[in-house]
Write a protein that binds this ligand. Structure first.
Ligand SMILES: Cc1cc2nc3c(=O)[nH]c(=O)nc-3n(C[C@H](O)[C@H](O)[C@H](O)COP(=O)(O)OP(=O)(O)OC[C@H]3O[C@@H](n4cnc5c(N)ncnc54)[C@H](O)[C@@H]3O)c2cc1C
Length: 287
């Protein structure tokens, strides 16, 4: 049963930030994590500040400087955006395989980032875009790389009174490859067992830029930085890709749970990184 709770409903960002500063509760965006957690007794908070009335946080902006998404942009908004397949192909792909239509229509990008779940599907693609998050409070705002946002399992550097208000990234190079693959127990509406995103650009027959991010195989979604270092500046071969995939798997620390064993997650992480690097290299180096 859903326990009783209080919900304040600000209609502007300054109102929401002053309610947060006054300690009037925790942000409530789409509620697709909060409601099941309240029902299941995992969420102890009983006072929430709804973000649903903050239209200024629900937008997608593309320009020459890159793309910015307001925190209350829903996953369905991202899936429907005609420019997303060019601005962030892996993010568009992640939105397409995210939950079912009902959840997608209310779940927000801000909630996906802030829940801190290692299986949050939008985060690997945002990490491979090199995205930054804007954190606002009643005094002002700061921007930090998304790669510096997570401290540990379901823990972030968000301070009390702060709200994630936007996520943004610079344009992808036109010839870059940007991929996401979600391995789950079935195709639709399932929590990710292993998620991998890769961004790669090539120049003069060499890999000039690469980012690799993995989900569901460690306490947080993370960048496989050792594997990236092995590839940057090199012409990729099957042997080098295999070594990088092994290095990425070595950075994983998965757990056994009802969806998969840790051993299966490790094996699939290596296989998916190998597969995505191979595909990304073919795409990026053939342009
Ligand atoms: C049936 C079902 C299927 C699902 N499938 C998937 C899936 O395929 N992939 C996936 O990644 N997830 C999935 N989820 C999980 C969930 O839908 C997503 O993580 C979603 O993006 C959470 O967003 P929300 O707006 O609903 O967050 P909420 O539940 O409103 O909030 C989640 C947490 O984030 C905090 N928060 C929210 N917004 C902000 C903000 N702007 N600033 C600071 N803190 C904030 C809240 O205080 C809360 O702690 C599923 C959930 C359900 C119920």
């Amino acid at each position: 049963m859903l326990p009783p709770f209080e919900l304040s409903q600000p209609t502007t960002l300054p109102e929401a930030l002053s309610a947060l500063a006054a300690g009037d509760g925790q942000p409530y965006a789409g509620g697709t994590i909060l409601v099941p957690d309240l029902r299941g007794g995992r969420e102890k908070c009983r006072r929430f500040i709804s973000l649903a009335g903050l239209e200024e946080l629900r937008f997608i902006g593309h320009d020459d400087e890159g793309t910015t998404l307001g925190a209350c942009t829903t996953i369905a908004d991202i899936a429907k955006d005609p420019e997303m397949a060019i601005a962030a192909p892996a993010l568009a792909a992640a939105a397409d395989v995210f939950a079912g239509a009902m959840v997608r229509s209310v779940a927000t990008i801000g909630g996906n980032i802030c829940c801190g779940s290692p299986s949050a599907d939008m985060v690997p693609a945002l990490l491979t875009l090199g995205a930054e998050v804007t954190l606002s409070n009643s005094e002002g705002k700061r921007k930090i790389p998304l790669s510096a946002f997570y401290a540990d399992y379901k823990k972030s550097v968000l301070k009390p009174g702060e709200l994630l208000t936007a996520v943004s990234w610079k344009p992808l190079r036109q010839s870059a490859s940007h991929l996401f693959f979600k391995l789950a127990r079935r195709k639709g509406d399932a929590i990710t067992v292993t998620g991998v995103s890769v961004m790669m650009a090539a120049n003069d027959g060499k890999c000039s830029k690469v980012r690799i991010a993995l989900g569901s195989v460690a306490p947080t979604v993370f960048r496989a930085s050792q594997a990236e270092d092995m590839l940057r500046g090199r012409a990729l071969t099957a042997e080098l890709i295999e070594k990088a995939a092994k290095a990425a798997a070595d950075q994983c620390s998965p757990i056994d749970d009802s969806r998969a064993s840790a051993a299966y997650r490790l094996q699939t992480a290596q296989a998916l990184v190998r597969r995505q690097l191979t595909q990304a290299w073919h795409q990026a180096s053939s342009v």
